[in-house]
Design a protein around this ligand. Sequence first.
Ligand code: NDP
Length: 256
Amino acid sequence: MNAPAVSPVLSPGSAVSPSKVVLITGASSGIGEATARRLAASGHRVMLGARRTDRIAAIAKDIQADGGAADHHELDVTSLESTRSFARAARERYGRVEVLVNNAGVMPLSTVDALKVDEWNRMIDVNVRGVLHGIAAVLPLMREQGAGHIVNIASVSGHRVDPTAAVYSATKFAVRAISEGLRQESRDLRVTVISPGLTRSELTEGISDSAVREAVHDQMGIAISASAIGAAIDYAIGQPLDVDINEVVVRPTAQG
Ligand code: NDP
């Protein structure tokens, strides 16, 4: 289906702004934390969001001690109001919002037969609604600015389905569908999907089925560092404004 309504065109060759204001959801550990550190080291001004405020406060302080520009704000992406207040805090702090990294996610894997309905709902709430809330919180401002960049973290599981990952994969396929739709409707907004493969983080700690958790832990020996994902995000953000990196898959060389 071709959508007739699109936003105004961005001029080719628009200059790269060296320092962007970047909001990162789920910045208290793993990929979000590594991305905050990487982007700040590249000269961007970062706003870290997560529920564990002690963690994001400590990471922001650490970044500042290294000479970077960082702040933090409590965030629960399952709440639209919380996500809007996170975006408002960034705007008040830095005056603009140029990039949103929709990274917060959960992955309580299990078979469909296990009927862990509460966990299905949590994945939908965080991985899908959370991404939509992030978009809703920044899109009006980015349209008003005439530019912006939304980076959505999907997964290799957004490209393929495996046993125990039916619902998780569904949420990550959804992230890619939402991103592609938003991209097609936009001429002033860059939309990037980053799909990590096995990456070292706290993600597997949320798997309540011990047999599934053990099986996933066995695969994690080949996992790559979260900073590899941060580097891919840094690359996408650093392109000229008329260059939109749409899809990047970053996985261990040894992952099948
Ligand atoms: P982590 O568990 O280390 O990080 C997840 C982050 O999400 C935490 O900072 C957590 O913060 C945050 N989060 C969870 N729920 C909420 C919420 N309701 N509101 C705000 N923040 C929330 O895992 P990763 O770093 O691995 O995960 C980051 C993203 O990468 C996820 O979207 C994940 O699906 C994706 N991914 C990871 C892969 C991997 O192998 N690690 C592979 C493919 C994709 P807090 O609990 O403090 O709120």
